[in-house]
Design a protein around this ligand. Structure first.
Ligand code: 13P
Ligand code: SF4
Length: 310
């Protein structure tokens, strides 16, 4: 089917089925353009909680669909490709994490939203990169905290909040692979450019940032400020929204190590296509299912996050 026809069918089906399409900023541009809501992980979770649609189509990766299903078990939650996973979520095995938590009984457990439902079930409060600092700040200074699974985000939050949280040793393969050498070169080439860095990046990259923040925070900084040129260290899908909102500003994606001029893209996010989105709306599958015992335990730390980030 041609692109225009796919879009027309998606529009017809979503209306007919009372479905809402939620897309993460790292999706391909054409999916972002047809979505009802485009946002970061926090925005998608907030929408999933409040939406009165019968069907939620989550265009992102598996844990995002799972978070929506945990919050809205009565709704059908569809994803265009069930195999769209996440290396960061994979870096935290639920049994091993559960053992680690049991070994530290007097600790409060904070988990990044990029985790499976089973890991969330071992968690006291979930965070996203948008609200991690705000939520950690609400615990007493001497609170004993575990933070998992992202060692870079955890290390960054430790540094800015003066904490010493115990960190799980996980990471995102996309954000960890930005080239320091290339960033230094680009800074010389574009001395006026502001450096935007996601906190899942390594410290050596974050140390060169003008602003470290979630996908939404980086977007806000680019849109709201007077600066006009940016070096972007996060998944390059965000450039679509940045360029759309600021057509006269210049956004330069920093490449991954070993690939001099390639964009840094998450292969999992790119598994979703317009055609798969159309097919999943048409066939109402693949659907996300979460075991009810796990869901009951996983929903508590997500609700706590939504409360604490108000
Ligand atoms: P945010 O959407 O919280 O910025 O997270 C980035 C990410 O890697 C999502 O997979
Ligand atoms: Fe996971 Fe990284 Fe891809 Fe985000 S960009 S979905 S954290 S692998």
């Amino acid at each position: 089917m041609e692109k225009e026809q796919l879009i027309a069918e998606i529009n017809r089906l979503r209306k007919e089925k009372n479905a809402v399409i939620l897309a993460h900023y790292y999706q391909v541009g054409e999916i972002q353009d047809v979505a009802d809501v485009v946002g970061d992980s926090l925005a998608l979770a907030q929408w999933a909680e409040k939406s009165d649609a019968d069907i939620l189509v989550v265009c992102g990766v598996h844990f995002m669909g799972e978070t929506a299903k945990i919050l809205s078990p009565q709704k059908k939650v569809l994803v265009p490709d069930l195999a769209a996973g996440c290396s960061l979520a994979d870096s935290c095995n639920a049994d091993e994490f559960g053992k680690f938590v049991t070994e530290h009984p007097d600790y409060t457990v904070i988990s990044y939203v990029n985790t499976t439902a089973a890991v969330k079930a071992h968690t006291d409060v979930v965070v996203t990169s948008t609200n991690a600092r705000k939520i950690v700040d609400q615990f007493p200074k001497d609170a004993k905290l575990i933070f998992g699974p992202d060692r870079n985000l955890g290390g960054y939050i430790n540094a800015v909040t003066g904490r010493n949280m115990l960190l799980w040793n996980g990471a995102c393969h996309v954000h960890e692979q930005f080239s320091l050498e290339k960033l230094v070169e680009l800074k010389k080439q574009y001395p006026e450019a502001k450096v935007l860095v996601h906190p899942e990046c390594k410290k050596e990259i974050a140390d060169l940032a003008d602003v470290v923040g979630s996908t939404q925070a980086l977007l806000n900084y680019a849109v709201d400020g007077e600066f006009t040129q940016f070096l972007v260290c996060t998944e390059s899908g965000i450039l679509h929204e940045m360029q759309k909102r600021c057509p006269h500003k210049e956004f330069i994606p920093v490449p991954p190590a070993g690939r001099a001029c390639a964009n840094n893209e998450c292969d999992y996010m790119r598994m979703n296509t317009l055609e798969k989105l159309y097919l999943c709306l048409r066939d109402e599958q693949p659907a996300i299912e979460v075991d009810e015992t796990i869901r009951e335990r996983a929903v508590r730390p997500i609700h706590r996050m939504l409360e604490m980030s108000k």
